[in-house]
Ligand binder design. Structure first.
Ligand code: NAI
Length: 248
C-alpha cells in the first residue's frame, strides 16, 4: 500500500489519533503535512518521527475553526507542493454538558471545529483534487455521531453532521475519482478520553464486546485502508473502529 509521491494533510496531528494517522501515512510513503493549532513542539516531534522513519513531513499551523487562516494555509500548501492528494479531517474538541445547561458558545465552538472545520478544509482541497482526478478524504466522526450521548449534544450533532457531509461530498466528487469516507472510532485511549473517571471508563469498557479500549493506531489502520488503492471502489462509507460497541 504505497503512498509514494502523495501529499497528505492531517488536521490536529500533534497528538492522539491525528498523530497516529500522520505516522501511519508517513510509513506508507506519503509526504505528510502535520497540522497543529497550539503545540508546535509536539507537531515537530511528529514530523521528526516521520522523517526519521524515512518519509518527508513538515508542520503547518492553522486553526480549522478559523476559515480565513485555514483557507490561506491550504493555498500555501498548494503553492508549495502543487497538489494535495489526501486530507484527513481529524481535528476535534469536546465541550460536554447537559443541553439544558449548555452555553451557546460551547455549542458553537464544537460545531465550528468538528464540523465547519471539516467543511472548510474539504472545500480548500476539492478543486485541486478535482483537477488531479485523484483524491482521498477521510473524516473522523465518532460512534457518538451514530448513537448520541447524554451530555454531548453538541459533539454528537457535529459528528452526525460529518456523516451527512461525507456522503454528500462522496456523491459530489466521485466522478473525479475522489473518494470521501469516514472512520467512526468508539472509545479510544487518548488525551481526549484520559480524564474520564475510572467508573465511567469501566462502564464503557463493559459495553465493548471485544472487552478492551481502542488505540489511536487502531483508528490509523482504518484510515490507511481508506486512502489506499485497496479502497479505490469504496466511497461514502464509515468504518466503525469500536470493538463492537455499536454495529452499524
Ligand atoms: P485529542 O484531543 O488528543 O486530539 C485532538 C487534536 O485536534 C489535538 O491535537 C488538538 O490540538 C487538535 N485540534 C483541536 N482543535 C483544533 C483546531 N481548531 N484546529 C486544529 N487542530 C485542532 O483527541 P483524539 O482522541 O486524538 O481525537 C481525534 C479525533 O477523533 C477527534 O475528532 C475526536 O472527536 C475523534 N474521536 C475520538 C475518540 C476517542 O475516544 N478518543 C472517539 C471518537 C472520535
Amino acid at each position: 500500500m504505497s503512498l509514494q509521491g502523495k501529499i497528505a494533510v492531517v488536521t490536529g496531528a500533534s497528538r492522539g489519533i491525528g498523530r497516529a494517522v500522520a505516522l501511519r501515512l508517513g510509513s506508507m510513503g506519503a509526504q505528510v503535512l502535520v497540522n497543529y493549532v497550539s503545540r508546535p513542539d509536539a507537531a515537530r516531534e511528529v514530523a521528526a518521527a516521520i522523517n526519521q522513519a524515512g518519509a518527508q513531513a513538515e508542520i503547518c499551523a492553522f486553526n480549522v475553526a478559523d476559515t480565513e487562516a485555514t483557507t490561506a494555509a491550504f493555498k500555501k500548501i498548494l503553492d508549495d507542493h502543487g497538489r494535495i492528494d489526501i486530507l484527513v479531517n481529524n481535528a476535534g474538541i469536546t465541550r460536554d454538558g447537559l443541553l439544558v445547561k449548555m452555553e451557546e458558545n460551547r455549542w458553537d465552538e464544537v460545531l465550528a471545529t468538528n464540523l465547519k472545520g471539516a467543511f472548510t478544509c474539504t472545500k480548500a482541497v476539492s478543486r485541486a483534487m478535482m483537477k488531479q482526478r485523484w483524491g482521498r478524504i477521510v473524516n473522523i466522526s465518532s460512534v457518538i455521531g451514530f448513537v448520541g450521548n447524554a451530555g454531548q449534544a453538541n459533539y454528537a450533532a457535529a459528528k452526525a453532521g460529518l456523516i451527512g457531509l461525507t456522503r454528500s461530498m462522496a456523491r459530489e466528487l466521485a466522478a473525479r475519482n475522489i473518494t470521501v469516507n469516514g472512520v467512526a472510532p468508539g472509545f479510544i485511549l487518548t488525551d481526549m478520553t484520559k480524564n474520564l473517571s475510572a467508573t465511567i471508563s469501566e462502564k464503557i469498557r463493559s459495553e465493548i464486546p471485544l472487552g478492551v479500549l481502542g488505540t489511536a493506531e487502531d483508528v490509523a489502520g482504518a484510515v490507511a485502508y481508506l486512502v489506499s488503492d485497496d479502497a479505490r471502489y469504496v466511497t461514502g462509507q464509515f468504518i466503525h473502529v469500536n470493538g463492537g460497541m455499536y454495529m452499524g
